[in-house]
Design a binder for this molecule. Structure first.
Ligand code: PMP
Length: 477
């Protein structure tokens, strides 16, 4: 099909709220391999976006594992079969004790929904603490615990059983390097959680759970300060609650030094949710918990059944993903390439005043753009321009954070040194070009406001074209 025809059909048959990347000028991807995607003209794009294609797009071993299983057996998990127990055993071996019981589902949203059910069954209360700007999924229950959604356009606001703690962002958050001793960051942000627990109790609510990504991605590639989770988990458990780590984006070795990002903070959650990278593009996700919490769920007397969750094909694929991570030493690669990229990003920061902060760990990196280094005004429009220019240079990048001004790097884990050099060189060029334009034409913010890209406070909004087409800024969710 011609690209124009695909677009016409997409507009006609796919809901307009399902946004496309680069929606004002989408690329049509026809195939992908490793860390590359190819359009209909066979242009090769370097993929810095797809954390789902974790071990590389269409990895031959993963494809083979899925195909062979599909030829043999594909049915629901009520039949006794080997793949589900082999996968559960292998997964459990990657988690610290007592995390050892698996519930297989099909998506991150389903995993988080089930995590809420487990927490409620165990603690007999629904109140939960979430982090500001968090995103945990697209179902009704997950929108309810995602300020990223309920607090924004189309959202219905916060429910009274949800309590929102400040995001532990030490660059832009409540406690930052300008108003707080870095040694106190962890304790200060954790104290905010304790204060919420106490305030909820005063209002007759008992907090039963805390959920957070181990490193907040949609919040803008946030690396929590030292000891933050240690203290938070302590407060939540003292209040009788359980701690849920959402590893849907950041798990499976993306951080390099560890398989799971919560391990960076030396804590052990009560419930962990995993998804996206788990099937390398195939829909499979999981909730991992303790025997004690699983027993509380069983004790409700309600059976849990999920038609596709844990089917042999998904399990064969997820097993092979785990094997490939080990066999190809992808965690080691994440350390080497991640460290190298972060160092190069720091150098770009020294050179380009548009860059306010660079941060990250392993292959989870962020470049925060600001209009003004002193005031740290988010450079939302500039981020969109950078992404568009990179696309023209055949590099795929996205931006996120509450103001969509944080460039996110989360490529497939096979990203190599040549790829890193290409990326840095192109970023350098794009920043230089943009700075030249800015020096000639003044800030681009006014133009963006007048064109409907941002609202008065600089928050990105949809563009609605004369024909009714809705264009969203290129961001993650
Ligand atoms: N949690 C996090 C942190 C996510 O980033 C996402 C998806 N972006 C989800 C949960 C939901 O996963 P899914 O889209 O597979 O339902």
């Amino acid at each position: 099909m011609e690209k124009a025809e695909t677009l016409v059909k997409r507009h006609k048959y796919i809901g307009k709220s399902c946004a496309l990347f680069f929606s004002s000028d989408p690329i049509k991807i026809t195939r992908a391999q490793g860390q590359y995607m190819f359009d209909e003209a066979d242009n090769r794009y370097l993929d810095c976006i797809n954390n789902v294609a974790h071990v590389g797009h269409c990895h031959p071993d993963v494809v083979r594992a899925g195909t062979e299983q599909m030829v043999q057996l594909s049915t629901n998990s009520r039949f006794l079969h080997d793949k589900i127990v082999l996968l559960a055993e292998k997964l459990a071996s990657t988690f610290p004790d007592p995390l050892s019981v698996c519930f297989f589902v099909n998506s991150g949203s389903e995993a988080n929904d089930l995590a809420l059910r487990l927490a409620r069954a165990h603690t007999k209360t629904t109140d939960i603490i979430v982090l500001d700007h968090a995103y945990h999924g697209h179902t009704i229950s997950e929108i309810a615990i995602s300020p990223y959604k309920f607090d924004h356009t189309g959202g219905e606001g916060k429910a009274d059983w949800v309590h929102v703690a400040p995001c532990p962002d030490t660059y832009r958050g409540k406690y930052n390097d300008k108003n707080c001793d870095p040694a106190d960051f962890g304790a200060k942000y954790a104290q905010e959680v304790q204060t919420l627990i106490e305030a909820a109790e005063e209002n007759g609510h008992r907090v039963g759970a805390f959920i957070a990504e181990s490193l907040q991605s949609c919040g803008g590639q946030i690396i929590p300060p030292k000891n933050y989770y240690r203290d938070v988990y302590k407060y939540v458990r003292e209040a009788g609650g359980v701690c849920i780590a959402d590893e849907v984006q950041v798990g499976f070795g993306r951080v390099g030094s560890h398989m799971w990002a919560f391990e960076l903070q030396d804590v052990v959650p009560d419930i962990v949710t995993i998804g996206k990278p788990m099937g390398n593009g195939h829909p499979v996700a999981c909730v991992v918990t303790t025997p004690e919490i699983a027993a509380s769920f069983t004790a409700t007397g309600m059976e849990y059944f999920n038609t596709y969750g844990g089917n042999p094909v998904s399990c064969a694929i997820a097993l092979e993903v785990l094997e490939v991570i080990e066999r190809e030493k992808l965690r080691e690669n994440a350390v080497v390439i991640g460290d190298y990229l972060l160092e190069e990003f720091h150098k770009l920061k020294e050179k380009h005043p548009l860059i306010g902060d660079t941060r990250g760990v392993g292959m989870f990196l962020g470049i925060e753009l600001v209009k003004d280094l002193e005031k740290r005004t988010p450079a939302t429009v500039e981020a969109q321009i950078v992404i568009t220019r990179l696309k023209e240079k055949f590099v795929l990048f996205s931006a996120d954070g509450p103001q969509a001004n944080v460039l996110k790097f989360k490529s497939p884990m096979c990203f190599n040194k040549d790829n890193a050099d290409e990326l840095v060189q192109k970023l350098d060029q794009v920043f230089s070009d943009l700075e030249e334009v800015r020096s000639k034409n003044g800030p681009v913010g006014k133009m963006a406001y007048e064109n409907g890209i941002i609202d008065q406070s600089g928050v990105p909004k949809c563009l609605v074209a004369a024909n009714g087409d809705v264009t969203h800024p290129t961001r993650d969710n």
